[in-house]
Ligand binder design. Structure first.
Ligand code: FES
Length: 399
């Protein structure tokens, strides 16, 4: 509908006179930041902080290569409360290891309810050749202060998209987001049913057995089946998570399947899922994780030199660094002390989004999370890109 205006009110001279008055008021207004005064802005910042500073309250040793860390707000550094999250989300941890600026994403293994009480729990397991996990396991101790992101990620239950029953498939430390989900169900914060098939090598490698047993004693909405690949034991399944095993415990469709574990597990289970003919929207993967050996990918084109040179511009500073072609572009930059904004390290979140000015890269399709506009204007995600030649790129400055 078109608007009608009263022509007398639109007197340009009166309007100009008001402008003068308005300008005077602006100049006389106190020079203070307005945004922090608004309750709505305070709430938005509390829910979605750029960063959070937390103190390690407690360290729990799970096995020789795995520890849980209870994190509480570090008020001395300005974090009074912790941001809420959805069960399944992760925190990015910011690390400075001998001049290398690294980030790593770890799923939150505590319940969302505990965040409201001022606690997160992260569980870190050593991964082979894992610089960051080794550093954390060897160095983090009670009382230390740590910088983390707000909770991030999309590996969460959504009743509009997901079925009422979720079949969780976890491998190794991929169990952590499912512990958070199971606790949220137990607390009444989530309403779906969780049938969890948890693969471990042997019974002694199972993480959080007591915690899951205690949850199952309180609710029948959570059921955990342990699948041991290297041990036969009564009361446990033996082998790997196959389509038949899923049918055995979840005979009725529809259900969603959530996967979290190592890359090899995704490759194996994805093939099994094809036999179940599930709708695509019902299959969800947690981050694929950082890729370490792109040359092992079937479609790797080859032809890359062993070492590549990257000329990188951050704001108005340009540097040239080198690194092995087996490392992602992000890893090479970080190992040379250049901090690039990053979160998921799996091509999903877009935080590291950078412009490729020249050169060729290989981007494995499983972790290619670029949007149409990225493709059109030559943007890449350095965490998911491997140089096939020397490169020239422009990256955003880390905050
Ligand atoms: S860090 Fe998430 S896309 Fe690169």
């Amino acid at each position: 509908m078109s608007k009608s205006y009263n022509i007398d009110v639109l007197d340009p001279l009166r309007f100009m006179a008001r402008m003068e008055e308005r300008q005077k008021r602006i100049e006389e207004a106190p020079a203070k930041e307005i945004s922090s005064e608004y309750a709505v802005n305070k709430l938005a910042y509390a829910l979605h902080p750029q960063k959070q500073f937390v103190r390690i309250q407690k360290v729990m040793e799970r096995d020789a290569d795995c520890k849980s860390f209870v994190l509480v707000p570090d008020a001395e550094k300005g974090t009074e409360t912790l941001a809420y999250f959805s069960a399944g989300q992760y925190l990015t941890v910011f690390l400075d290891i001998e001049g290398m600026k690294l980030t790593r994403a770890y799923s939150i293994s505590s319940s969302p309810k505990e965040a409201l009480e001022g606690r997160y729990m992260l569980t870190v397991k050593y991964v082979q050749d894992g610089l960051a996990s080794r550093y954390i396991l060897d160095n983090w101790k009670e009382g230390d202060s740590v910088e983390v992101s707000a909770p991030e990620g999309f590996f969460e239950y959504n009743s509009l998209r997901d079925a009422e029953t979720v079949v969780g498939v976890a491998g190794g430390s991929g169990i952590t987001p499912f512990l958070s989900m199971a606790q949220a169900i137990c607390d009444g914060d989530e309403e779906f049913n969780l049938i969890l098939l948890y693969g471990s090598r042997e019974a002694e490698h199972i993480l959080f057995k007591e915690e899951f047993d205690s949850i199952m004693a309180k609710t029948d909405k959570v059921k955990v089946i342990h699948v041991l690949s290297h041990e036969e034991r009564e009361g446990y399944e033996h082998g790997f998570v196959t389509a038949d095993l899923i049918r055995k415990y979840a005979p009725e469709t529809p259900y969603s399947v959530f996967l979290c574990g190592p890359q090899q597990m995704y490759t194996f289970v994805d093939k099994e899922l094809e036999k179940l003919s599930l709708e695509k929207k019902y299959i969800r993967h947690e981050l694929f994780g950082e890729m370490h050996n792109p040359k092992a990918q079937e479609d790797y084109p080859g032809g890359a030199p062993d070492t590549i040179r990257i000329t990188v511009t951050v704001r108005d500073e340009t540097r040239t660094v080198t690194g092995p072609a087996n490392d992602s572009v992000l890893q090479i930059l970080e190992k040379n002390g250049i901090r690039v904004p990053s979160r998921c390290r799996s091509g999903e979140c877009g935080w590291c989004h950078s412009r490729l000015i020249s050169g060729k890269v290989y981007i494995p399709k499983e972790i290619d999370g670029r949007r149409m506009a990225d493709l059109k204007y030559g943007y890449i995600h350095p965490c998911a890109a491997f140089g096939l030649s020397d490169l020239e790129i422009e990256v955003p400055a880390a905050k």
